[in-house]
Ligand binder design. Sequence first.
Ligand code: NDP
Ligand code: BG6
Length: 489
Amino acid sequence: MVSRVIPVDPFDLVVFGGTGDLAKRKILPGLYIRFLAGQMPAESRIIGAARAELTDEGFRALVAAALSEFVAKDKQDAAVITQFLGRLHYVAIDATGEGGWPQLASLMRTGVVRAFYFSVAPTLFGDLAERLHAHDIADEHSRIVVEKPFGRDLASARALNAVLAEHFHESQIYRIDHYLGKETVQNLMAVRFANILFEPLWNAQYVDHVQITVAETVGVNGRGAYYDKSGAMRDMVQNHMMQLLCLIAMEPPYKFDPDAVRDEKLKVIRALEPVPAEDIVRGQYRGAGRKDGPEAASYLEDCGNPQSRTESYLALKVRVANWRWQGTSFYLRTGKKLRARTSEIAIIFKEAPHSIFGEDEGWKANVLAIRLQPNEGMNLTVMIKEPGPGGMRLTEVPLDMSFAEALGEEGMDIPDAYERLIMDVIRGNQTLFMRGDEVEAAWAWTDPIIEGWEARGDKPRGYDPGSSGPEDALMLLHRDGRRWREIRE
Ligand code: NDP
Ligand code: BG6
C-alpha cells in the first residue's frame, strides 16, 4: 500500500542550528524525503541559520553530504537531490547578537507559511524568540518548533514557557516530542478509538497491568556531557514514556482535535500518583569486561565523570489515580546498552474469572503487545486448544500483525517521526505536539521523584551491557507476582 501524499502549503522554513547534528541526521533528510514524495511544494524554501560563515553553496554542499550519509541509498535520487538543494539558502546568524537578522528579514516572503525550527541549545530558545519578534520576522501566523529538552524541572520549564509566551501565542508553539511522530504511537490512538473490541476491556476490571519498555543497545554515544545532567528520567521518561503512558491511559477525546486530545492527556498526567522510593530502580551500565574499544566503556567512562550518580536505566511502578485505572500498575522501564533495541507497550489482561479447564491445562493471560520499533506491529495472544488427540490442553497462539507485511506486499513506507511532525507544523496541526501545560504537569510529577532520590543519596545499581538491566528491576515485578516481558527484537 502506498501512503497518500497531500501536498502542504508553500512555506519558508528557517532551521536555526541548520548545520548541527540533529539538522543533518533528521530534519534535512526528513524534508528531502517529503520533497521526494511530492509533499513539499516546489516553491517552498529551507533557510539554514547558524553562526558559521557559509554561502548558500557551502550550505548546500553540507546538506548534500548529510543526505548521502543519512538517507537510505534507494531513496537517493540524484536529480531530485539537485532540485531539493536548489530550495536551500543560508544566513549566518548569532542567536545572541544582532548580526544576520536584517538579512534574514529581507529573505522572508509574504504569502507563504513561515516556520522557525529552533534546533539549537535550549539556552538559546529565548534569544531566538525575542529577536524574531524584534526584527519583525515572525507575524501572528508564524510557527516556532522547539526541540527537547523543554526545561530540566518545573521552574525552568515555566520560565521557558513564559519567555516564549511573550512573543508567541500557544497556538504558534510546537514543542517536539519525536515519539509522538512515530507511526505506531499514532496507531495506538487508532487501535483504541477506531475499534470497539478493546475499549470495553480497557480498564482496571480487565487489565492486570501494563508494561512499557523502551530499550536501547547504544550507550550515551558522545552525548555524555548532556546526558549526565539529564539521566533516563529527564531524557526519556518525563517526555517520551510519559506520552506513551498518556495515550494508553487517557479517556477517549470527544474528537481528534489538538486540544481535545491534549486535554485528555493532561488529565492522565495530573492523575499520576507520587512514586515511593521502593517503586523506583535506577541503574548504570558497567564496562564490557575484556573487550576493548569505545563500545566497551562503562557509563562512568562515557560521561567523563567518575563520581556520576546519573541513571542510564530507570524502572518505575506508576499508578494513575482515577476510576478507570484504580489499582492497575503501569511498569515503565528504559535504558541504554541493554540486550536489544526494542520499544513495546504490553497490556496484560486478567485471568478469566473461572477456568472450566482446570489448573494444569496450560492457561495463560491474554496479552496485547504493541511494538513501536523495530518491526512495527501488534500481537494479541489468544488461547486455543492444542491440536491433536491429547485431550483439552490449551496453547497460546499469536494473532500477529506486522504493519509492514499487513499493509502491502513490499511493506508500507513508514515515515520517520520528524518527516511527519515537520509537515504537521506546516499544516498547522498541533495534535502531536506537547502543550505548555502538559509539559509543566509532567515536570510537576517528575521533580519530587528526582528530588527524593537526590535527598536520599541513592546510587544507581550497576548492570552489565547486553543485559536486561539491574537485578533489582526484576524484583519490582516479582514482588507483585509478575515478570517483565523479555527484551528482544
Ligand atoms: P549541535 O551542537 O550539533 O548543533 C548546534 C547548532 O546550533 C549548530 O548548527 C550551531 O552552529 C548552532 N549554534 C550554536 N550556537 C549558536 C548561536 N549562538 N546562534 C546561532 N546558532 C548557533 O546540536 P544538536 O543538533 O545535537 O541539537 C540541537 C537541538 O536539538 C538541541 O536543543 C538538542 O537538545 C536537540 N536534540 C538533539 C538530538 C540529537 O540527536 N542531536 C536529539 C533530540 C533533541 P554554529 O556553531 O555554527 O553556530
Ligand atoms: C532522544 C534521547 O530523545 O531519544 C536519546 O535524547 C534516545 O537519548 C532517543 O536515544 C531515542 O529515540 P529513538 O527514536 O531512537 O527511540
